[in-house]
Structures are given as structure tokens and as C-alpha cells.
Design a protein around this ligand. Structure first.
Ligand SMILES: NC(=O)c1ccc[n+]([C@@H]2O[C@H](COP(=O)([O-])OP(=O)(O)OC[C@H]3O[C@@H](n4cnc5c(N)ncnc54)[C@H](OP(=O)(O)O)[C@@H]3O)[C@@H](O)[C@H]2O)c1
Length: 249
């Protein structure tokens, strides 16, 4: 039997990048997976098609993590189509870098709304639809909360908040047998890092130079850790922030 057979997983922001990689790996491990997206229906449909072609079960569901109405609808549809939730991956996130002189209130609200409020609201609504036996919540943080890169004050603040929320909720949800852990990736090649102009930039060269394992990551480097944290193999881990950056710390 596969590791995650009979489990239901919701991955926010799974139409591309790290979330898409995690959704595919959870499905390959046997979970039925909701591939959530905000606007990229085509991307989410592609992820679902790949999972189904490989014999897995998946469903693309639209919804912004910043909207309670969307989240209520999404988790209701999940419950009706697949059953109660066992695994939530809070992956949806946005990033924008800039020196303190350049940042705006919009940058602040945009990143905090998605990366922090979105994570809190997704967790709140998911909990109403969680399996009574418990499960696993996996938050996607970032190594930036440890290494604090220049020009990342807003983004790093959001990921510092993610670390704190993981710590708090690991205690708050332990009585329900829900484990809460974070994966904090280093630089990963995704649609997002391509669009932001990070891939191919001096920033990438510097990241490779300062990464002990000598490369940047790929979504599958994070996806295998998510499968571990979703499964009973990590039953004794909660409240952890796993640095997943090829040795960057
Ligand atoms: N890539 C890296 O180097 C790196 C490193 C450390 C941590 N991370 C974290 O990893 C996560 C994913 O990053 P990525 O590079 O894979 O990003 P990406 O390629 O830009 O993909 C972002 C995903 O999030 C979704 N999304 C954005 N806003 C949303 C919202 N309001 N509601 C629902 N979904 C939303 C997008 O959906 P649509 O396409 O439909 O808008 C997309 O599926 C983020 O939390 C990021 O902070 C990334």
C-alpha cells in the first residue's frame, strides 16, 4: 500500500512551481489531491491531467486564499468530492524584493495578505473540514527567515510570521492530533522565480555560490519532504521548521 493511500490533501497555489510539485508527489504517494489556484486554470488543469494520467486522483479548484468566501466554497467542494481533509499544504505565496527606500504599503498588504493572512484563513477553514482523527499541516516558509537577505524586508517578515504561526499552531492543534510543520526552501527554480527575474540573475549566481550543495533547488527537492511530513513516517515531528536549501542556513 502506498504511504498516503485514502488520504485527502489540499495544496494551495498548486497551479505551478513548488505547489504543483508537491501536489504531484502527494498524488504519486496515493493521496487524492485538490490542486488549488487563484487565476491559472490552465496550469492547474495541466497538473491534474498529469496526476490522472499517472493513475492518481486530483481535482482543480479555484479560490484565493485571501477570501473567506472562496475558502469556504473550496473546502465544501473538497469534502463533497473527496471527503474530509487529512493534509493541508499552505503553499500559496507571493514575493517582491526591494530596498527599504522602494517599498510601498501595497507591497506590504499584498505579501502579508497572501503569505500570512491567507495561510491563517486557509488553516481556519480547513480545520472545520478536517478528519476527526487528525492529520498534517505543512506550511511553506523560506530560508529567508534565517538568512535575512538584503532587500527582502517585507517578504522575510512574512516568512518570519509563518515560522511563528507554525510554532504556535503545533501546540494549539496537538490535542486534535494535527501536526504542524514548515518547510523553508532555499532558492527554487519555479515559474515565480523566472517571472521575478531571479533565475539567470546575479542573485541566482550568488545563491549557488553560497549553497553548500552548489546548486539551486527544483520543486521535487521540496515535494519529497512534503510527502514525508504528510505521512506517518514523521509522526513524532510537530512545530519543526525544516531548512530545505542545500545546506544554506
Ligand atoms: N521559489 C523559491 O525560490 C521559493 C523559496 C522559498 C520559499 N518559496 C515559497 O514557496 C511558495 C511557492 O513559491 P513558487 O516559487 O512556487 O511560486 P509561483 O511559481 O509564483 O507559484 C505561486 C502559486 O501560488 C498561487 N497563488 C498566488 N496567490 C494566491 C492566492 N491569493 N490564492 C491562491 N493561490 C495563490 C499561484 O496561483 P495562480 O498562478 O493561479 O495565481 C501559483 O499557483 C511561496 O509561498 C513562496 O514564498 C519559494
Amino acid at each position: 500500500m502506498k504511504n498516503l493511500e485514502n488520504k485527502v490533501a489540499v495544496v494551495t497555489g498548486a497551479s505551478k512551481g513548488i505547489g504543483a510539485g508537491i501536489a504531484k508527489s502527494l498524488a504519486a504517494a496515493g493521496a487524492s489531491v485538490v490542486v488549488n489556484y487563484a487565476s491559472s486554470k490552465a496550469g492547474a488543469d495541466e497538473v491534474v491531467a498529469e496526476i490522472v494520467n499517472n493513475g492518481g486522483k486530483a481535482l482543480a479548484l479555484q479560490g484565493s486564499v485571501t477570501s473567506l468566501d472562496d475558502l469556504n466554497r473550496l473546502f465544501e467542494e473538497t469534502k463533497q468530492s473527496l471527503g474530509a481533509v487529512d493534509i493541508l499544504v499552505n503553499n500559496a505565496g507571493v514575493y517582491k524584493f526591494g530596498a527599504i527606500e522602494e517599498i510601498t504599503a501595497d507591497d506590504f498588504h499584498n505579501q502579508f495578505n497572501t503569505n500570512v493572512l491567507g495561510l491563517l484563513l486557509s488553516t481556519q477553514v480547513a480545520l472545520k473540514n478536517f478528519n476527526d482523527n487528525g492529520g498534517s499541516i505543512i506550511n511553506i516558509g523560506s530560508v529567508v527567515s534565517s538568512i535575512a537577505p538584503v532587500g527582502s524586508s517585507i517578504y522575510t517578515a512574512t516568512k518570519g510570521a509563518v515560522d511563528s504561526i507554525t510554532h504556535v499552531l503545533s501546540k494549539e492543534l496537538a490535542p486534535k492530533n494535527i501536526r504542524v510543520n514548515s518547510i523553508n526552501p532555499g532558492m527554487i527554480e519555479t515559474e515565480g522565480t523566472h517571472t521575478a527575474g531571479i533565475i539567470g540573475s546575479d542573485f541566482q549566481v550568488e545563491a549557488v555560490r553560497t549553497t553548500p550543495l552548489g546548486r539551486i533547488g527544483q520543486p521535487k527537492d521540496i515535494a519529497s519532504i512534503a510527502v514525508f511530513l504528510a505521512s506517518e513516517d514523521s509522526a513524532w515531528l510537530t512545530g519543526e521548521t525544516l531548512l530545505a536549501g542545500g545546506g544554506v542556513r
